[in-house]
Design a protein around this ligand. Structure first.
Ligand SMILES: *Cc1c(COP(=O)(O)O)cnc(C)c1O
Length: 371
C-alpha cells in the first residue's frame, strides 16, 4: 500500500468542518447573588412533581436497559393527543428527531430549505447529512411561504419550519402552513417543528397534528424541554406517516432514550393541569413584559411563545451587547442572537414574575443611564 497518498491523520467526512457548532445560551452566573437564566427558553416552574416522582422511581432500576420502543411514553403521548402509537417516534430531545429526519432523507447533492432566522439546529442537521442548505428570506421576521416555494428545485428533499419560530417568536397561521404544504411536490418532506406549541393561544394556529396525521410527507416534532421542564433529561418526539417513522426507526439508536427520561416524560405529559398552570403564567407575563418594554421605547417583536425578541436601536449591535452585559452584571442572563442574523436584538425567556420584573427594572435603568 502506498504511504504517500494517505493523510497523516483521520479526516472527517467532506463538509463536516464547515459546520458551525451550536452555541448554547450562557448559564446563570454562579455565586451568592440571585440570578435568572432567561437565555434558553426554559420554564421557571421546573418539572411536574409527578414527573420528578417517576424519575426518582426510575433511579431504582439504572442497571436495566430502557425500553427501546419507548412504549409507555408513546402510549402517554397517544392518549393525551389522541394519535396512533405507530406514528410516534421518541428521541433524546427533538434535536435527535430533527437529526434523524435529516439522516434518513438527505444525502449529498440534496437540498433542504429553512427560513432566514430559522432555528440553528436545521443547518447543522442538513450539513451533517451531507446536503446543501437553502435559506429563504423572511418578511417581518416571519417565515415567508412564497419565498420557500420559490426556492424549491429538483434537488429539494426537505423543508424545515419552526412554528412558532425561535428566536423570532412569530408564527404562521395554519392556512399558511397548508398553503406551503399544497405548494410542495409530494416527495418533499415538510418538517413542522412545534417546540413552543403548548404556549400558543392564537386561534388560527395549529401545531400540525392534523396535517402530519393525514399527509404522506409531513412530520411534526415536539419537545419536553420547554413548557414541560425536562430539558436536562432530553425528551422529544415526532409524529408522521408510518412509512417515515419506520424508516427513522431503522437508523435510530436502539436505546436512544434513557429510562428516567422515558418515565418522567410519560408522567409529565399526563399532568395537563401543570401545563395549564404554566400557560396561564405565560399568557399573563408575555403581554406584561412586552408592554413595559415598549413603554420604554424598545421595539419588541410580537411573540406567541415563552420568549420575546427585544430590538435595540443601532446598526452594529453595540447597544444590544451593552444591554446584555449590563443585565448580566445584575444577574439576568439573556441571549445574544447575532448568530441568527439579529445582532441588534436580545432574546429573553419569560421567567418567573420576579425575573420578569428584574429585567423590566434593569432595562429601564439602562436606558435612563445610557440615554
Ligand atoms: C428548544 C427548541 C427545540 C427543542 O430542542 P430539544 O432538543 O428538544 O431540547 C426544537 N426546536 C426549536 C425551535 C427550539 O427552540
Amino acid at each position: 500500500m502506498s504511504q504517500s497518498v494517505r493523510a497523516p491523520r483521520p479526516q472527517p467526512r467532506a463538509g463536516v468542518m464547515q459546520i458551525a457548532a451550536y452555541v448554547p445560551g450562557k448559564s446563570a452566573a454562579h455565586g451568592g447573588e440571585r440570578s435568572f437564566k432567561l437565555s434558553s427558553n426554559e420554564t421557571p416552574f421546573g418539572a411536574s412533581p409527578k414527573a420528578i416522582d417517576a424519575y426518582r422511581q426510575a433511579a431504582g432500576h439504572l442497571e436495566l436497559y430502557p425500553d427501546g420502543s419507548a412504549m409507555a411514553l408513546r402510549e402517554a403521548i397517544g392518549d393525551v393527543h389522541g394519535i396512533h402509537l405507530s406514528r410516534i417516534i421518541c428521541g433524546a430531545g427533538s434535536d435527535e428527531i430533527l437529526s434523524l429526519l435529516a439522516y434518513t432523507f438527505l444525502s449529498e447533492g440534496d437540498e433542504a430549505i429553512y427560513s432566514q432566522h430559522g432555528f440553528l439546529v436545521y443547518p447543522i442537521a442538513i450539513k451533517a447529512a451531507g446536503a446543501t442548505c437553502i435559506v429563504a428570506p423572511e418578511k417581518n421576521l416571519t417565515t415567508d411561504v412564497d419565498a420557500i416555494l420559490e426556492r424549491v428545485s429538483a434537488r429539494t428533499k426537505m423543508v424545515f419550519i419552526a412554528n412558532p419560530n425561535n428566536p423570532t417568536g412569530t408564527y404562521l397561521p395554519f392556512s399558511e402552513v397548508r398553503r406551503l404544504h399544497d405548494g410542495l411536490p409530494s416527495d418533499v418532506l415538510l418538517v413542522l417543528d412545534a417546540a413552543y406549541a403548548e404556549y400558543v393561544t392564537a386561534q388560527d394556529y395549529q401545531a400540525g397534528i392534523e396535517l402530519a396525521g393525514s399527509a404522506d410527507n409531513v412530520v411534526m416534532t415536539r419537545t419536553y424541554s420547554k413548557l414541560y421542564g425536562l430539558a436536562s433529561l432530553r425528551v422529544g418526539w415526532g409524529y408522521g406517516p408510518e412509512a417515515i417513522i419506520d424508516a427513522m426507526n431503522r437508523i435510530r439508536g436502539p436505546f436512544n432514550m434513557n429510562g428516567p427520561a422515558l418515565a418522567a416524560g410519560a408522567a409529565a405529559v399526563r399532568d395537563q393541569d401543570f401545563v395549564k398552570m404554566a400557560v396561564a403564567h405565560n399568557s399573563e407575563w408575555l403581554p406584561k413584559v412586552t408592554k413595559a418594554l415598549e413603554e420604554m421605547g424598545l421595539r419588541v417583536t410580537p411573540s406567541v411563545t415563552n420568549f420575546i425578541l427585544i430590538h435595540f436601536p443601532d446598526e452594529d449591535g453595540k447597544r444590544a451587547q451593552d444591554a446584555d452585559t449590563y443585565l448580566l452584571e445584575h444577574g439576568c442572563v439573556l441571549r445574544q442572537v447575532g448568530s441568527y442574523g439579529l445582532p441588534n436584538c436580545l432574546r429573553m425567556t419569560i421567567g418567573s414574575a420576579e425575573a420578569c420584573e428584574s429585567v423590566i427594572d434593569l432595562l429601564d435603568r439602562f436606558i435612563k443611564e445610557r440615554g
